[in-house]
Design a protein around this ligand. Structure first.
Ligand SMILES: Cc1cc2nc3c(=O)[nH]c(=O)nc-3n(C[C@H](O)[C@H](O)[C@H](O)COP(=O)(O)O)c2cc1C
Length: 356
């Protein structure tokens, strides 16, 4: 007899939950079952066909008659559990044609929309803490092909201030709800109607943005929430006391970056429409779209860009005032004037030294 290799066990007093993350089944074991399973994990040969608990564990797939193949996984168990656990999500019925799909999807949306949606927008803040952004302007160079060719990750910034107009254009074209698409399509429910320049999982616009303003004309330094429906920002906190690199994995070469954007995800909006944790994958994919759009717009504004997912999550949450919230920071992308170098001067000097 073998123990199924795709199990993890969660303490849930007074019992424990045995979760088969490959076939998405869960079993609640009381002390008797849990104790017997512990014995069998220690020695599967103790399996006894006359023991009712043993046969039940076998029928539940916690034990198996033949050895289950368990391919090599190069990361930790947690990443494996997450990856496999969000694969092959159970689907009661796969629509067999477009009519069935339409009926099934409509029924799903109707069911979701019948439940109360998580608050869509951040609460309106007091006028004193709010900055209306000017209308978005034009790009310096609106050729997509040039933006694609010129976008690159730079690690050496001049620290020169950004203009308010550029920040406005950048935010509107990256995260703003596009006024140009207000009357887009009458087949989309109002709750899911807002449209950005990037696609959004389920039309939920679960991703949001917080600006980190270090050096922008007419915006005092600080952390600001962006309101995509109003094209305005509101002050959340002063800048962190420590330099930016301290917050971003020790990458001090971007300490003088004039502007950064933390891309967050509202998991509560994803939970609302999608019951399965596979939707967590979609949050990162959506953040990636927004990050790329930010970089292309910034490039078209004549700026250079930098990005990272390496940050001190808890500290970032505190600076964004998201502690204990269903909204969590996923990614950081920033821009500014740069000498266009992929590496900071200190690294270039070090490389010369090492090579000499
Ligand atoms: C998901 C992701 C995470 C990244 N994290 C970092 C980072 O922490 N620090 C950094 O300097 N660059 C980071 N980069 C930038 C890559 O190093 C860079 O895109 C890559 O070297 C290719 O260079 P290019 O962007 O100039 O084409 C990241 C890029 C991506 C897509």
């Amino acid at each position: 007899m073998y123990i199924n290799p795709y199990l993890f066990i969660l303490p849930r007093s007074p019992g424990q939950i045995v979760w088969n993350y490959k076939d998405h089944t869960q079993h609640e074991l009381d002390l008797n079952y849990a104790s017997r399973l512990t014995q069998l994990i220690n020695n599967p040969d103790l399996f006894d066909t006359h023991n009712i608990i043993d046969t039940q564990l076998l029928n539940a797939g916690i034990l198996t008659v033949s050895k289950i193949d368990n391919p090599h996984w190069g990361w930790d168990e947690l990443s494996k559990i997450y990856h496999i656990g969000t694969q092959n999500i159970p689907c009661e019925y796969t629509p067999q044609n477009v009519h069935e799909w339409s009926r099934q999807y409509l029924a799903h949306c109707t069911e979701v929309l019948a439940t109360s949606a998580p608050a869509k927008n951040r609460p309106r803040c007091e006028a004193a803490h709010r900055i209306e952004l000017p209308d978005p302007g034009d790009l310096r160079d609106d050729s997509l092909i040039n933006a694609l060719r010129q976008r690159k990750t730079c690690r050496s910034y001049t620290g020169v201030a950004m203009t308010l107009n550029d920040v406005s254009t950048l935010l509107y074209l990256t995260l703003g709800y596009l006024r140009e698409r207000d009357t887009d399509d009458d087949s989309i429910a109002e709750e899911l109607g807002a449209r950005r320049s990037s696609p959004s999982g389920g039309g939920l616009n679960a991703c949001e943005g917080f600006l980190l303003v270090q050096n922008v004309d007419d915006i005092p330094p600080g952390i600001y929430a962006y309101h995509p429906d109003e094209h305005a920002i509101s002050r959340v906190n002063p800048l962190p006391k420590s330099v930016l690199g301290q917050l971003l994995g020790g990458q001090h070469f971007i300490n003088n970056l004039p502007l950064g954007l933390f891309i967050t995800a509202r998991f509560d909006r994803l939970w609302w429409k999608y019951g399965h944790s596979r939707a967590y994958r979609m949050a990162f994919v959506e953040a990636g779209h927004l990050s790329q759009t930010f970089q292309l717009v910034a490039t078209a504004l004549g700026l250079n860009t930098w990005l990272t997912g390496a940050f001190a999550d808890e500290q970032v949450e505190t600076h964004l005032k998201l502690e204990g919230s269903a909204e969590q920071p996923l990614f950081f992308v920033g821009c500014g004037k740069s000498d266009g170098q992929a590496m900071c001067q200190e690294m270039r000097d070090l490389l010369c030294e090492v090579q000499a």
